[in-house]
Design a protein around this ligand. Structure first.
Ligand code: BEZ
Length: 256
């Protein structure tokens, strides 16, 4: 889901094309959800709707919510039979509570997390399940370290990532404090293949363009990205493929 702050960063074409790993890897989270025919399921941060459509194949009645109108326009075009609506994870409200709420690769964008957890709780029936995967503690650590150092050397001293990557204890405590019982949580290293020879560079262009835009010329931008590649190549490039050092927090919780 794009937040208001990131709306301009998200590009539905990239999201469907070279960044399709974001939703393709979410297929196993749909398996964890195990949607049943007739259930009402909310997909929070549905993006262009691929996983919403996957959930709908079960016969569940699915609603996709995303903050980005651009993503929603693509979702509606691709999946005309599914309902999509605009909403921010921190403030959305639903008319009728759901049996389950699903979210893939979104909640690390949502700060403060308490607000989203409060809205998720309010959107579920008592006993309803919350099944999610997103970046966990240590996610993209190598990539962030290299980028932080190189942008500092390029004169940008105020670099901060927009993400929240919690550990299991931290997020489970948050859920418990908001009326959830955590049934299952795991922090899983999942090196993630990026598409093409420029996969790593494209990742930074997609997700940290706000910082790259502060560089004074295209030449500097290009040089910085080359330096990032050179620094990370020994750790993140194998047999012709770039791998992002992703680590996922995957969880199942029940609303009490
Ligand atoms: C992730 O899915 O882990 C992720 C995506 C964008 C930026 C940072 C992390």
């Amino acid at each position: 889901m794009a937040s208001a702050q990131t709306d301009t960063l998200w590009n539905p074409q990239l999201y469907q094309g070279s960044h399709s790993f974001v939703w393709k890897l979410g297929a196993s989270v749909v398996e964890l959800l195990a949607p049943q025919a007739g259930e009402r399921i909310l997909d929070l941060g549905c993006g262009t709707g691929q996983l919403t459509a996957e959930i709908a194949k079960s016969g569940a009645d699915v609603l996709g919510i995303d903050n980005s109108e651009k993503m929603l326009a693509e979702a509606r075009r691709n999946h005309p039979g599914i309902r999509f609506q605009q909403g921010d994870a921190r403030t959305f409200a639903v008319d009728e509570p759901f049996d389950a709420l699903f979210s893939n690769a979104v909640l690390h964008w949502v700060k403060p997390p308490e607000q989203a957890v409060g809205r998720i709780h309010a959107a579920l029936k008592p006993g309803g399940r919350f099944v999610a995967e997103f970046g966990g503690r240590g996610n993209t650590e190598l990539m962030q370290e290299a980028f932080r150092r190189l942008v500092r050397e390029a004169g940008i001293s105020n670099f901060e990532t927009p993400w929240f990557f919690p550990g299991i204890g931290e997020y489970a405590s948050l859920l418990e404090a908001h009326g959830f019982e955590v049934l299952n949580a795991a922090l899983v290293d999942r090196p993630t293949a990026l598409d093409g020879e420029h996969g790593l560079r494209n990742w930074f262009e997609m997700f940290l363009s706000n910082t790259l835009d502060q560089l004074s010329s295209l030449e500097l931008r290009s040089r910085l990205l080359e330096d990032v590649e050179a620094e990370l190549r020994p750790r993140l490039y194998q047999n012709g493929t770039w791998y992002a050092d992703y680590r996922r927090l995957r969880l199942v919780a029940r609303r009490q």
